[in-house]
Write a new protein. Structure first.
Length: 512
């Protein structure tokens, strides 16, 4: 008799359907797994055998072959244990196979038969729903994650014997549900109002949140770069139901967060010593990197020039496409990666270049070498370049703190609603559509700035996008000269060094 059980294998942040087939064969008594299993999966033989024995199930002394189909897909992890155990029992006639063709089984087994938590339960359930399965059995510890998926009858099991009893119709299994936990409140972010001074930076963050613009902050130590970055998620709109499920799926695969904390936009701040695989994704099997774990939220890169050059350059195409693509000889994995990237750096190695109160200790060559760690194309990927001055002491004692995050988020949501209604498309089509919305003085200002500041065509597109966002924040249908002037001021690092000061619009006239 051949028994089949449906399960799955993680690839990136998605799950691929895997069918466990078990059959008896002639030979010495043993359990053999085929179908490109990794080391952790080959160890399932020992775990499953011990779990069955300690759950009082005695397998006949025969040669069992476990095939994981499709055979050309490399499988890894311990989430196959429960499916393999049930398939073995069904082969020996110890478990009724009635529900097995329509049921997904996911879980790791301990030696005493308990069903342990696994990564990526949400990805497995979404894949099962797409494959047409109607039922699923997951570990009891992952029941809160499983409750986020609709369209499946998901049961939560704590022990192997409970699964067998349920499949044979002897005992019910509780449905997966979100546990009530008053002590687990939704995660909140710090208020923007707590930041003293830096009004220009607060304005830039509002523009970035409204238009989804990447930000590069340059300033001395203590200017508030990290403080500002940590308040940016609180300015973003609440995720839609589809976005929340995608964010939760990525968190489930990455093993970060918990659904009881509430589905909020993530904030990731990797250390500058992280590798390219940790930042963009990779490994064997392929796992999501920080840019994917921050999808839909904020990725904060503090001390940007200190990051490994290959890691930063690997992030560059991802910032443009919104997708992290990992290509291997045997597979190609695409993972969503569209966070709002905010980076921070010092103006020089010591951090005090241009400071009027502290003398910079760096030579010209040291400062140029420090700034040269970032390539021009990488700097070009940031829509907003923001220079932060040192914070004066009297700003700390000033009671006027600006608008709270809740009020700023309301303006951001209104601006985003205008963008969604406009639907300008993407790429060159969007750039041409935005150019048609320029007022005559705004067009003259933009063309003069491109010529005099030596900006690239990508900077031209970025200025148009940022100016459109500024206009949306003000409720303007067209793009005025003042909107373009503010957007040009955010192109700080890619100007020609010999260029004059930023143009300013006064009363519709351009002045340099």
């Amino acid at each position: 008799m051949v028994a089949t059980v449906e399960t799955g294998s993680l690839t990136g942040v998605d799950a691929v359907g895997v069918t466990v087939e078990v059959s008896e064969a002639r030979g010495l008594p043993r359990l053999e797994i085929i179908g490109l299993p990794e080391a952790a999966l080959r160890e399932s033989c020992v775990r499953v055998t011990a779990a069955l024995a300690n759950s009082h199930y005695t397998l006949p002394e025969r040669h069992f072959i476990v095939n994981l189909a499709p055979a050309d897909l490399r499988k890894s992890g311990a989430s196959f244990d429960l499916a393999i155990a049930i398939a073995l029992l069904a082969t020996c006639g110890m478990c009724a196979p009635t529900l097995l063709p329509d049921t997904l089984l996911i879980g790791e087994l301990s030696l005493d038969g308990r069903v342990r938590s696994v990564r990526g339960v949400l990805a497995h359930l979404r894949s099962a729903r797409a494959r047409g399965l109607r039922n699923a059995i997951v570990p009891e510890a992952d029941g809160a994650w499983a409750a986020l998926v609709s369209g499946l009858d998901v049961r939560a099991a704590g022990h192997l014997r409970e699964v067998v009893a349920f499949l044979e119709g002897l005992e019910p299994l509780p449905r997966a549900r979100m546990q009530d936990a008053p002590d687990q409140l939704p995660r909140t972010f710090d208020d923007l109002r707590d930041v003293c001074g830096q009004d220009a930076a607060k304005r830039a963050l509002e523009v970035a949140a409204a238009g989804g613009h990447n930000v590069l902050m340059v300033g001395p130590p203590g200017a508030g770069k990290t403080m500002l970055a940590r308040r940016l998620p609180g300015l973003l709109p609440e995720p839609s139901s589809e976005e929340a499920l995608e964010i939760a799926t990525i968190a489930s695969v990455g093993g970060v967060g918990h659904p009881l904390q509430g589905i909020t936009r993530p904030f990731r701040a990797p250390h500058h010593s992280c590798s390219e695989a940790a930042l963009v994704g990779g490994g064997s099997p392929v796992r999501p990197g920080e840019v994917t774990l921050a999808h839909g939220g904020v990725l904060f890169l503090d001390e940007l020039p200190e990051f490994n050059r290959s890691a930063i350059e690997g992030l560059r195409p991802t910032m443009e496409s919104g997708v992290a693509m990992i290509v291997r000889t045997r597979e190609r994995v695409m993972m969503p990666a569209r966070p709002l990237v905010i980076a921070a750096m010092n103006p020089c190695p010591c951090g005090y270049a241009g400071d009027k109160k502290r003398m910079c200790r760096c030579t010209f060559e040291q400062a140029q070498r420090y700034l040269g760690r970032l390539s021009g194309p990488m700097i070009d990927r940031f829509d907003i370049h923001l220079q932060l001055p040192p914070v004066a002491v009297d700003a700390l004692e000033n009671d006027a703190r600006g608008d709270p995050s809740e009020l700023v988020r309301a303006r951001v949501c209104a601006a985003r609603s205008c963008m969604l209604e406009r639907r300008l498309g993407s790429g060159p089509r969007r750039t041409r559509a935005l150019a048609k919305q320029l007022a005559p003085n705004a067009r003259r200002l933009l063309l003069q700035s491109l010529e005099m500041l030596g900006l690239s065509l990508r900077a031209y597109s970025k200025i148009l996008r940022v100016a459109r966002t500024i206009a949306d924040l003000e409720g303007s249908d067209g793009i005025a000269g003042s909107h373009v002037a503010e957007a040009i001021q955010y192109r700080l690092l890619d100007r020609n060094p010999q260029a004059p000061a930023t143009p300013i619009v006064r009363g519709g006239l351009v002045s340099m």
